[in-house]
Design a protein around this ligand. Structure first.
Ligand code: F6P
Length: 370
């Protein structure tokens, strides 16, 4: 973990990258108010790095004063804006012939940081954003990362902020589906986010008494899922709830990709509908599917998420004050600690198939389709 007893900090920047998550604004508040105690000025970069690479009218930097961060702890989204198409190392640029190509604009970005007198960056984001932060740290930028994603799939932190809010809301939605499914004797399939990891599906599914949970870590056999639902029917339970993570896939099959993104990413979606359609003839029951999708990213953060977000923001600034750089703030209860970005970049934390929660679910009779 690099420590620099180097130059004094006068001005820091904060940015939010990738998909939004409840708690981003609380991190910003935690960082800004803590930075003020060190006498540092704070600016926010609009839309990840676009505020420096492609500033819109009105400017790319937002002054982050204590007044500006008043009353934002409970606001969803990000007051700075975000994008998942602004990687400075693979930046989409439209050529004269209309074709979009990827360019490395990281040197230009480093110059922009210098030009703006920015001494350090607090980069709030998921695996993609933290990998970018690691790349910039290697180029000499003084950067501390803060782990964000509702999917909770980042390595080396017990939890990411945004996850608790997403799970709480998903739990409430699944719970509500029980009564309508039971009234109509239907099978309802609920698709939740979770591209590489099934943390949301697993936790919300268990907490809301789902009957089957399908996650990326445990490829499923649709016939086994159908058999479990038929067994419920035979036992007199005439409805069922199936929770499926968007990244879940059948044994030997592929994930449901709806779009291949420029730069390598994939957009997922549609597995809930496929599962519902496959279950109808196999169970002989009327099926419906619901996609919770971006509803899980919206809304006000839970108390838990507000608290860890404020703690993460404050800890990121303390790290800078202590001379740390190239690190990510991590939750290691009861404390926070710092993990080198090199260990975090491109590492996904998946649900261990033999984890206590999976075993609990199996004990409760929940089917994973394996
Ligand atoms: O934040 C992660 C995530 O929620 C994934 O579960 C999902 O695949 C992705 O974001 C969707 O992001 P977007 O619709 O912004 O491209």
């Amino acid at each position: 973990m690099a420590k620099a007893n180097a130059r004094p900090i006068r001005r820091i920047a904060i940015n939010t990258g990738g998909g939004d998550a409840p708690g981003l604004n609380a991190v910003i508040r935690g960082a800004v108010l803590t930075a003020r105690r060190y006498g540092w000025e704070c600016v926010g970069i609009r839309d990840s790095y676009d505020g420096l690479l492609a500033p819109m009218r009105g400017g790319g930097l937002v002054p982050l004063t204590p007044e500006r961060v008043e009353g934002i702890t409970w606001l969803g989204g990000t007051i700075l804006g975000t994008t998942n198409a602004g990687d400075p190392f693979r930046y989409p640029v439209r050529r004269a012939d209309g074709k979009v190509v990827l360019r490395d604009r990281s040197d230009e970005l480093m110059r922009a940081f210098q030009r703006e007198g920015i001494d350090a960056l607090v980069a709030i984001g998921g695996d993609g954003s933290l990998s970018i932060a690691h790349g910039l740290a290697k180029k000499g930028l003084w950067v501390v990362g803060v782990p964000k994603t509702i999917d909770n799939d980042l390595a080396h932190t017990v939890i990411t902020f945004g996850f608790d809010t997403a799970v709480s809301f998903a739990t409430e939605c699944i719970e509500r589906l029980h009564s309508t499914a039971a009234s109509h004797r239907r099978v309802i399939v609920v698709e939740v986010m979770g591209r590489y990891a099934g943390w949301i599906a697993l936790n919300a599914g268990v907490a809301a008494d789902a009957h089957a949970i399908l996650i990326p870590e445990i490829p499923f056999d649709i016939d086994k899922v159908a058999a479990a639902l038929r067994a419920r029917e035979a036992a007199g339970q005439n409805y069922s709830i199936v929770v499926v993570a968007e990244g879940a896939r059948p044994k030997g099959g592929a994930r449901a990709i709806v779009e291949q993104r420029l730069g390598g990413g994939e957009r997922l979606g549609g597995i809930g509908e496929r599962v519902a359609k496959a279950l109808a003839p196999r169970t002989g029951k009327e099926t419906r599917h619901v996609v919770l999708g971006h509803l899980l990213r919206g809304g006000s953060p839970t108390t838990f998420d507000r608290l860890i977000s404020l703690r993460f923001g404050a800890a990121a600034v303390r790290a800078l004050a202590e001379g740390r750089r190239g690190v990510m703030v991590a939750l290691d209860p009861p404390s926070v600690r710092y993990v080198p970005l090199s260990r975090v970049a491109r590492r996904i934390r998946r649900v261990p198939p033999n984890s206590d929660t999976v075993r609990t679910a199996r004990g409760l009779g929940i089917c994973f389709g394996d």
